[in-house]
Write a protein that binds this ligand. Sequence first.
Ligand SMILES: C[S@@+](CC[C@H](N)C(=O)[O-])C[C@H]1O[C@@H](n2cnc3c(N)ncnc32)[C@H](O)[C@@H]1O
Length: 463
Amino acid sequence: MMVASETCRNAGATRGGVFALARSRVTAAMPVRTSELLRYRRAKPESEGVRVTSIRIELLNESHRAAVRALASDETLSHTAAPTPARDADIDQLLAHNAAGPRVVRTFAILDGALVVGTVTLKRLDAGDNSAELSYWVGTEYHRKGYAFGGAQLAVAYAFDELLVDYMHAHFLKVSNVGSLRVLQRLGFTKDPNKEDMKSEGRFAARFPDDYWTFVRLNRPADIAGAAKGYARRWDAYMTQYCGGRASCFELAEELMRQRLQGESLRVLDIGCGTGAFTARQLGIDGPQRHVTAIDGSATSLLIARHVIGTDPRVSFVQADITTDDWAAKLPPGSIDAAFIGWVTHEVPPGSLPRLYGNLARVLRPGGVLFNVDFMDALEPGFRGLADEYRRHRVTDEFRTYRARFESLPPIAAAKASELPARTTPSIYHAAATHVRHLHQAGFVEAEAIWRYIGFSMVMAVR
Ligand SMILES: C[S@@+](CC[C@H](N)C(=O)[O-])C[C@H]1O[C@@H](n2cnc3c(N)ncnc32)[C@H](O)[C@@H]1O
């Protein structure tokens, strides 16, 4: 059993009232990813006078089977959301799709509190044009109560915000399913200009003769801020997974900064800041006010970091190559209290460490501190395979898929065009002792590896 929790994140106003969309603390009967658990709350009663207090969608799992079967077996239900999960074999198939990777079909139970009222499905998630098909149904007794709209709205938000699809499409029977048209219109779907109505065929023609499928679509709203925050959230999850002990490194560096550095304010460098995880943490710490200069060579990373951190006068972002003198030349000598370099130096070319540490030695004040945590090979050859294996087992494909889709967003593609030239050298896992030696040579009075977690080490140096 897994308990997943996340915080409230999105809210919007619609015609039917104010809708709050939030991730919730959910206890699931089977392991599901946190991002696949969404909660939906309706603040106002429906106009029909039915009060709907809580609609949420939950990745369909075994605990929903009996209720879904019972609802779907209702003879009066208009079965156009094929495949109708009326038989155990149908439900088995939906559960198998949910468990399978890569993702092609995802079905969610629509719930009101603990009550299952229907299902909503995202299909064709492997489409080359990065789209998803939406289909849904609710039990007859739950019609006209806002459940279909509520469940579909959550699935649409999930597809755009979490899966970053570019557009969604749906189709419905023109004559026999006007209820679906109303729901889709309310969600913002409009007729697909590229698809003519199509005469019903096969089993649908037998059941709905002389009817037509109508095709509708909904384009992704350009929510770069939301996508950027989604990226940063995934990046942090990925890094936490891949780089063992990440949280304890942040905590250790922060605690040692607290012990070593006093004063009314602290000037801090986040070297190779990426999406701004360390910088964001600095801003949340009580004590001396932080002024952080966050430096990275990646325009995309800085764009994400700006969205994550927002406009904050305590932070300045600098796009620069940290292996050059450019970034340091703009900082007065001795003006910095602390510098943090997190999982970066394995990416810099061989031979550039002396210049990087030389520049840091120049800008840090006497007594100022530096932390560098990274892959640092301190392992005997026999144990190196162990570290490689450890990391391999902790990589998820989910992040890679999201990254590919994120990079297809036009503003992100534009940012990528101004990236510094991509590095050509493979990652180098300098030994912790190599870092310590370069730090001493650069003028740091003390340098020592103070933390280690399999193939990762954190070196601390005092200027
Ligand atoms: C693995 S990421 C770590 C990011 C961040 N510190 C974190 O913990 O999430 C490495 C970062 O270093 C940056 N980087 C690598 N080489 C760089 C260079 N020569 N100049 C500036 N940034 C560089 C990359 O753009 C990337 O954002």
